[in-house]
Design a binder for this molecule. Structure first.
Ligand code: FPP
Ligand code: MG
Length: 321
């Protein structure tokens, strides 16, 4: 996104406010807690969820200035996201995220479990400060959904019979639901119409699915130094992702071979098989299809500078890296 345009400058300024809301809220009377939270600096990324919340709000609101409640909501969704990353890295036994050491590898699993819990409870506490029950309800629902998504994923490890519908449900729940809720919260706080709120929520859902499919492809094909996190972790943890599932749907006779490959975590053999059966290019096609659906859905209902920025963000997912 071009941060020199008026909307880019607006967004950068808003994200600074959101970061301040978060860092103020994470200050604790115990210096040990503040110090552990300080380790989270390396986890800060593009702030995708606050970004889509702010742009969704702006795309429907007639307000000139951003209300505090909107900045708080943006901080809340980022805190939830950080909590999920800290816990996810424990589950995945990951030592690297965004090119830096993970909390679990730096401080151990016990501190990482507690930091994730602290971030989660901080998010709910921060949300409660704005006294908007609708926002609290949405937050409770989405957090519940993403935990359930992770539980289902855990229970389907190494299951070569995992069907497409179940995979889509898992990635919707564990990843897309929070991006969808971020858009929905923004639209709701901007007092968008029912139609606008629905369109933005669906936009977030499709973008979130595309985002996770791409993340899954990169886990299969990417290199640690480039993606800034361990590669092949899905394979190590027995997570079946879109390319493998589509390949098995099209070629059920490969199930035994895939089971063997997964047992040996043989990434090179799996990658060769996925390329030769066209499963990788079909997964990239799915990313494009979802991004296009996301853009069309929003364009039908809203057309202004903010919605265009949302669509431009979605289009970035179509690049091959
Ligand atoms: C990323 O998966 C994982 C998520 C988006 C959700 C993780 C959720 C939990 C661990 C549940 C805990 C929830 C709370 C609220 C504390 P990935 O491993 O495919 O992504 P990665 O490649 O970025 O690691
Ligand atoms: Mg992970």
């Amino acid at each position: 996104m071009d941060m020199t345009t008026p909307i880019g400058i607006w967004l950068a300024n808003e994200l600074d406010h959101v970061s301040l809301v978060m860092s103020d809220h994470l200050k604790n009377e115990h210096k040990e807690v503040t110090a552990i939270c300080g380790e989270l600096a390396a986890y800060r990324g593009k702030m995708l969820r606050p970004t889509v919340l702010l742009l969704s709000w702006r795309s429907v609101s007639s307000c000139e200035t951003t209300p505090h409640e909107v900045r708080v909501a943006a901080g809340v969704v980022e805190l939830i996201h950080l909590a999920t990353l800290v816990h996810d890295d424990i589950l995945d036994e990951a030592d690297l995220r965004r090119g830096a050491q993970t909390i679990n590898s730096l401080l151990g699993n016990e501190a990482a479990v507690m930091l994730g819990d602290y971030l989660l409870s901080s998010a709910f506490l921060l949300c409660s400060t704005v006294k908007n029950p609708e926002l609290n309800l949405l937050l409770g629902e989405v957090t519940n959904t993403l935990c359930a998504g992770e539980l289902v994923q855990l229970s389907r490890r190494n299951d070569v019979d995992l069907d497409l519908e179940s995979y889509f449900q898992i990635i919707h729940d564990k990843t897309a639901s929070l991006i969808a809720a971020s858009c929905e919260m923004g639209a709701m706080l901007g007092k968008g119409s029912g139609c606008e709120i629905k369109a933005l929520k669906e936009f977030g859902s499709s973008v979130g699915m595309a985002f996770q499919i791409k993340d899954d492809i990169l886990d299969l094909l990417g290199e640690r130094e480039i993606i800034g996190k361990p590669a092949g972790r899905d394979l190590d943890k027995g997570k079946l992702t879109l390319p493998i599932i589509t390949m098995l749907v099209d070629n059920p006779s490969l199930k035994e071979e895939v089971q063997k490959i997964m047992g040996n975590a043989d990434r090179d053999a799996l990658s060769a098989l996925l390329h030769s059966t066209g499963a990788i290019s079909s997964a990239f096609d799915m990313v494009s299809k979802m991004v296009n659906a996301a853009i069309c859905g929003v364009e039908e209902v809203i057309e202004n500078e903010s919605s265009k920025q949302l669509c431009a963000l979605a289009k970035q997912l179509k690049s091959s890296v």
